[in-house]
Design a protein around this ligand. Structure first.
Ligand code: NAD
Ligand code: GLY
Length: 360
């Protein structure tokens, strides 16, 4: 690999897997073919990504193997049990067996549903993530959280199921819309806030290069984000402790997504607004300076992201929706807050009065 390309690993013992990062990796000679050990492959993508990248991926696979492309509709509202069933229909009709490999070619929606399909199909088949949104490259493709949504809550039906490899071709970001790109930057900002104050300072200093999608800046942002995610996942794969910090802003954010209807706010947009709420709550509790809230809001605005929930969402709406959040244990809501810049903590003692003060 050239110096423009790098590989890091998610260290999970015998399920250790590589994350390859670089420009034009989809056409990097032999890379994809080398990662696929089976004689059968299912490439799952959507109707937006298929015309852009499906042929490129198919062109990398040897003629001798059975390849079944499955093209699902585009959108969070299709991350459902019904779409999952339609995927299985096509894979079974094409007679894929337990040795097949599922490849997710797309953003977080395609990645999450493909991973869950791979976890279920014939009790589990190999799968590879080829994330094509920034959000999927820095977050959802790494770590093995897979799911579909339910009308009563996001990601409510799913499994922990790790890919065998992640291939991040940063070149695919050139076709990504501005809104989707900014949504990915929200997750990059998250890593600095929760884990690495130096990275946060770097993001602040490089905000205009990030917005401009400068190649080197982007590569470093993706690499550092994946390093942090890989480290956290290796320490706590099933979120019994540390991994919960990756959900900064998500308790509020998931409530926004559910309230607004899936697909109305992008996940990263909801996380951006949710992070401001979480950091403001941290400031109200005295663990970070109120100045950090102001700085964060400015950073997110500069990156093209929302900084607060829709005004019609009052505290009681949030409380109702957050009670169903997967992070709630025995009905007690859990929040990821900041103990300091670069150090998140999980708390379960936030009172309704604090939420009323924060939101209303
Ligand atoms: P997405 O998958 O809906 O993609 C956003 C849009 O960009 C879609 O319209 C898609 O078709 C399009 N697109 C994708 N790649 C493109 C490209 N290269 N060029 C042009 N268009 C492209 O949204 P997302 O933000 O990638 O992912 C959000 C999903 O990820 C949510 O369902 C969220 O719950 C999930 N998620 C999962 C995890 C996890 O750990 N599993 C973490 C974070 C988010
Ligand atoms: N995106 C949160 C996690 O992977 O745990």
């Amino acid at each position: 690999m050239s110096q423009q390309q790098s590989t890091l690993y998610v260290e999970l013992g015998d399920r250790r897997y590589p994350i390859h990062i670089g420009e034009n990796l989809l056409t990097s000679r032999g890379l994809l073919a080398g990662l696929i050990k089976s004689r059968q492959v299912v490439v799952i993508t959507n109707e937006t990504i298929a015309p852009l990248y499906l042929d490129i991926v198919l062109g990398q696979l040897p003629d001798s193997i059975l390849v079944t492309p499955v093209i699902i509709p585009d959108g969070e509202q299709y991350k459902t049990w019904q779409t999952l069933g339609e995927i299985f229909d096509q894979v079974l009709v094409a007679r894929h067996n337990r040795s097949t490999t599922f490849v997710a070619l797309g953003g977080g929606v395609v990645g999450d549903i493909t991973g869950f399909a791979a976890a279920c199909y014939q009790r589990g088949v190999n799968f590879i993530q080829i994330p094509t949104t920034l959000l999927a490259q820095v977050d959802s493709s790494v770590g093995g959280k897979t799911a579909v949504n339910h009308s009563l809550g996001k990601n409510m039906i799913g499994a922990f199921y790790q890919p065998t490899a992640v291939v991040i071709d940063t070149g695919t970001l050139s076709t990504l819309g501005a809104r989707e790109y900014a949504a990915g930057l929200a997750e990059v900002v998250k890593y600095g806030l929760i884990y690495d104050a130096e990275f946060h300072a770097w993001i602040c200093a490089n905000r205009s290069q990030l917005v401009a999608r400068d190649g080197d800046t982007l590569r470093y942002a993706i690499q550092r984000s994946c390093e942090i995610k890989a480290e956290v996942v290796a320490a706590d794969e099933r979120e019994s402790g540390l991994r919960a910090i990756l959900n900064l802003g998500h308790t509020f954010g998931h409530a926004i997504e559910t309230y607004m209807g899936y697909g109305s706010w992008l996940h990263g947009e909801a996380v951006a607004a949710g992070m401001v709420m979480a950091v403001r709550l941290s400031a109200l509790r005295g663990s970070v300076d109120a100045e950090l809230v102001v700085e964060l809001e400015q950073l997110l605005v500069d990156l093209g992201l929302p900084v607060w929930a829709p005004t019609e969402m009052r505290s009681e709406t949030f409380i109702d929706l957050m009670a169903l959040d997967k992070k709630a244990i025995d009905g007690q809501m859990r929040f990821v807050l900041l103990g300091a810049l670069g150090a998140a903590l999980v708390v379960d003692d936030v009172t309704e009065a604090e939420l009323v003060a924060l939101i209303d």
